[in-house]
Ligand binder design. Structure first.
Ligand code: CDP
Length: 226
């Protein structure tokens, strides 16, 4: 079977990562969480007291970082940081790191290398518009800010974080604003992406919708014989 790329973009909390993992499992292909890479660089900067308002220093920290995936876990300089990158302090700062053009160039290059010569589902903000503009399948998953904030709140609540729903909804809106208005490959739907409003859909429903769209196009039904 020929290799293909599935690009899944959308705003914070739209369910992209969970849906993408599900799709990768069903289709038995790799999954790449590009947001985790921006989060790892944010962690690196915060842990090393890099002034995140100084773009050159952040780019340098990014250039000197080793970001890898092993069995779907993310490693920063050979340390697994799956837990640390999900903390609220990282979510609050990541968009200011991700808007830096030099950081994006380094990470996008790495994402293209990882996606080379294999079938991969990638989720992020710029996959269909910038990382893989020729991706065979493109989807843009959306949902209202209230629904997205509630999903994020439930995740954090289960982990015991002390946050309020209002605070999380505001944080999601603020992050969307930075992601959508930045100069370097802002978050937007690729013209040829299929938009899915997941406000009233479960993860399984969204994943099944995408998988059935892909398999229908890959294996068209036999022509009716007259
Ligand atoms: O999971 P959630 O939607 O909260 O975010 P994420 O996918 O982990 O991405 C975290 C942040 O990284 C986003 O808010 C963007 O600022 C940035 N990002 C990006 O700029 N480009 C990507 N391809 C992926 C993430």
């Amino acid at each position: 079977m020929k290799n293909f790329i599935i690009a899944i973009d959308g705003p914070a909390g739209s369910g992209k990562s969970t849906v993408s993992k599900e799709i990768a499992k069903i289709l038995k292909i790799d999954y790449l969480d590009t947001g985790a890479m921006y989060r790892a660089i944010t962690l690196k900067c915060l842990e090393n007291n890099v002034d995140i308002t100084d773009e050159d220093k952040v780019i340098e920290a990014c250039r000197l970082s080793k970001v890898d995936f092993v069995n779907n876990s993310i490693y920063l300089d050979d340390r697994c940081v799956d837990e640390e990158i999900r903390e609220n302090i990282i979510s609050s700062n990541v968009s200011n790191i991700a808007k830096i053009q030099g950081v994006r160039e380094i990470l996008v290059k790495r994402q293209r290398e990882i996606g080379l010569d294999k079938s991969v589902v990638l989720d992020g903000r710029d996959i269909g518009t910038c990382v893989f503009p020729n991706a065979k399948y493109k989807f843009y998953i959306n949902a209202s800010p209230e629904v997205r904030g509630k999903r994020r709140f439930d995740e954090l609540f289960l982990k015991g974080a002390e946050v309020s729903l209002e605070e999380i909804i505001e944080d999601v809106k603020r992050r969307d604003y930075i992601d959508m208005t930045r100069e370097a490959s802002p978050l937007k739907k690729a013209e040829d992406a299929i938009e899915i409003d997941s406000s009233n859909m479960s993860v399984t429903e969204v994943a099944n919708f995408i998988v059935s769209h892909i398999t229908r196009r890959r294996c068209p039904p036999p022509l009716n014989k007259v």
